[in-house]
Design a protein around this ligand. Sequence first.
Ligand SMILES: Cc1ncc(COP(=O)(O)O)c(C=O)c1O
Length: 438
Amino acid sequence: MANDPRAEHFWMPFTANRQFKASPRLLEGAEGMYYTDTAGRQVLDGTAGLWCCNAGHGRREITEAVSRQIARMDFAPTFQMGHPLPFELAERLARISPEGLNRVFFTNSGSESADTALKVALAYQRAIGQGSRTRLIGRELAYHGVGFGGISVGGMGNNRKAFGSSLLPGIDHLPHTLDLKRNAFTRGLPEHGVELADELERLVTLHGAENIAAVIVEPMSGSAGVILPPQGYLQRLREITKKHGILLIFDEVITGFGRVGEAFAAQRWGVTPDILTCAKGLTNGAVPMGAVFVSEQIHEAFMHGPESTIEFFHGYTYSGHPVACAAALATQEIYQRENLFQKAIELEDYWQDALFSLQGLPNVTDIRTVGLVAGIQFAPHAESVGRRGYEVFRQCFEDGLLARASGDTIALSPALIVERAHIDAMVERLADAIRKAA
Ligand SMILES: Cc1ncc(COP(=O)(O)O)c(C=O)c1O
């Protein structure tokens, strides 16, 4: 496909299109922990696709559930109509969600989940007579997808700057929690930085609590290069939001479904938000689907007025799509049967030891790990930021490992079926790539 003019038509997302098309990396098969590329090489998947195939690739139960469902009923509307599957799935998800978050709104992606959560927050505040609460607070370096709501509360400069004044008004941002000076090479949650949550008090003083609807954060951010919450930070955010009647939204699109141990990071770190978003691992990445969990109390606030009224003017044609529901139900069955949410805890020490063996390699300035996630950060190349990260990523792929580069950080997030031998192979290939890229 290299330099093939037929390749010009696909405008690739979040990709350097010209560079890629001159030297493509194409996958065509996937099974267990491995991809097969178009040259027939086996590529060890260090990223569970894109943080989504938590049960590994090619799970027969999911394939069969999807095939059966598409043959039985390809599509059915869920606006003023219904079919049994989203009811069944919502009930099933409510069994594993953080306590009290047992009402589920379906979307098709993480971006839609983020925008849905923000809209629920605004509409909820209005429904309880707090209509002046319209301000939303995000965080620097956050990623909440690519909808206008998500990029507005998001904090990754490149995702925002081309869209200038089209971002939502009335947004503010907390500082990010990446602090290499104090926390570099910490295993697990960093020791320093709980006070960064107090910045929310400053924003409350500045804007007035009566004007703030919600705060949205990723409990752990993946896309900006695996940034972990300092110890006590999420608890502090919870206390401050509660005190001021501000809703707390956790974006668990990456952390959901076992990535850091437990079903959700909220459970691993013992902090329950008011609203929680997810996507990716919900269907093991097999069919696009996202979901937003809200507390019963929030849901109840909408259930007023005449029963013939539509309570929330929001939804997607494909909310609760039957094929996506079938994939999600089969996926949840696998997670439960194989006890996969425990895997990130069981393997955490082994994972950390393996990753920390990279400390001391050329240009490695930090290693961050928790659950089955790792971020390995490099000193930027003198020529440009991101070049070294890309070079390591490219070299990894050449050596048969799919990693993910985010600027000068390489992220690893293998499927939860990963075994020790896979971890050893990943770290060995990554170490080689780091040396070659030095
Ligand atoms: C925390 C978070 N929120 C939202 C999204 C967006 O998800 P999607 O690409 O499915 O829209 C992502 C994607 O990586 C994410 O990490």
